[in-house]
Design a protein around this ligand. Structure first.
Ligand code: GLP
Length: 245
C-alpha cells in the first residue's frame, strides 16, 4: 500500500496515474479503457482530472469509460443515481465523447436484466478490457457492489445490497426506507480482468476493513481481499485509513 499524508496528495497521485495511461494510449493512437467508481472517495480524483483538462489540456477524446455499478431500480434523472453523479462530477466537465461512456442502467426492466448485464460484460471485453480500474471500498468489504458472498469469478449482475451498505447510504437518500434494495454491479471477476487496479480509501472509518482486505486471508466474506492475488494492484490510503495496518 502507498500511504499519503493528505487525501489531496493521494488524489493528485491517482489522477496523474490515470492521465499518464491516457497519454500513453494517445501516443499509440489507441483508446484508453477506464473503469470508474462512485461514492465520496473518488471525488477529489475527478476534481483533479477536471483541473488537468482545463489547465493542462488533458484530452479525454480517446477515453472509453465503464462504471462499476448503479442502484436498482433507479431513474437516471434521480439525484441519487450514479448516472447523475458521474455527469455532475466528471463527464459534463471534460471532452469525452458521449458514446464512449458506459454506466449501468438502473432503468432496465427486470425481465431483460440478465441479458443487459451480459451485454455490459461483453462490451468491456470488446473494447479490449479495462486498462485501469479505480475502486473505493465499502465497510462490508465490497468493491463495486460486490457484497460479502461474491465469488472471485462473479460477473456483471443484479445483487441484493447488504444492510450495512444500505445504512451507510441512508444519508444520501433521506432515510433507510428510500435506499434501493438492489444494484447492478460489475463482478469481482470483471474487476479482476483489469490490467491494473487502484483501490483508494480515506479516513478512520475505513481502517478496519482496509486491514481485513490487505492482511487477512482471501475469502468471499471480504470480497476486496481477493485483490491480494491481482498481478498489478495498489492500495492508496491516507494516514487514518492505514492506521490499523
Ligand atoms: C458505494 C459504491 C462503491 C464505493 C463504496 C464506498 O456504495 N458502490 O463503489 O466504493 O460504496 O463509498 P464511499 O466512497 O462513499 O465511502
Amino acid at each position: 500500500a502507498d500511504i499519503f499524508l493528505t487525501v489531496e496528495k493521494a488524489a493528485k497521485w491517482v489522477a496523474a496515474e490515470i492521465a499518464s495511461v491516457i497519454k500513453e494510449k494517445q501516443k499509440l493512437g489507441k483508446k484508453c479503457v477506464l473503469g470508474l467508481a462512485t461514492g465520496a472517495t473518488p471525488l477529489s480524483v475527478y476534481s483533479e482530472l477536471i483541473r488537468l483538462h482545463q489547465e493542462e489540456a488533458l484530452s479525454f477524446q480517446n477515453v472509453i469509460t465503464f462504471n462499476l455499478d448503479e442502484y436498482y431500480p433507479m431513474l437516471k434523472s434521480s439525484a441519487q443515481s450514479y448516472n447523475h453523479y458521474m455527469n455532475d462530477v466528471l463527464f459534463h466537465h471534460i471532452d469525452i465523447p458521449k458514446n464512449q461512456i458506459h454506466v449501468p442502467d438502473g432503468e432496465v426492466s427486470k425481465i431483460t436484466i440478465t441479458g443487459y448485464c451480459k451485454e455490459y460484460e461483453n462490451r468491456i471485453d470488446s473494447c479490449g478490457g479495462l486498462d485501469l480500474q479505480i475502486l473505493g471500498i465499502g465497510r462490508t468489504g465490497h468493491i463495486g457492489f460486490n457484497e460479502p458472498g461474491s465469488q472471485l469469478d462473479s460477473k456483471t449482475r443484479l445483487i441484493m445490497l447488504d444492510s450495512l451498505t444500505r445504512r451507510d447510504a441512508a444519508k444520501d437518500f433521506n432515510g433507510l426506507n428510500n435506499v434501493p434494495k438492489a444494484a447492478i454491479t460489475m463482478g469481482v471477476g470483471t474487476i479482476f480482468k483489469a490490467k491494473r487496479v487502484i483501490l483508494m480509501a480515506w479516513g478512520e472509518g475505513k481502517a478496519a476493513i482496509v486491514k481485513k482486505a490487505l492482511e487477512e486471508s482471501q475469502c468471499d466474506a471480504v470480497p476486496a481481499s481477493y485483490l491480494q492475488r491481482h498481478a498489478d494492484v495498489k492500495f492508496v490510503l491516507d494516514v487514518p485509513a492505514a492506521s490499523e495496518l
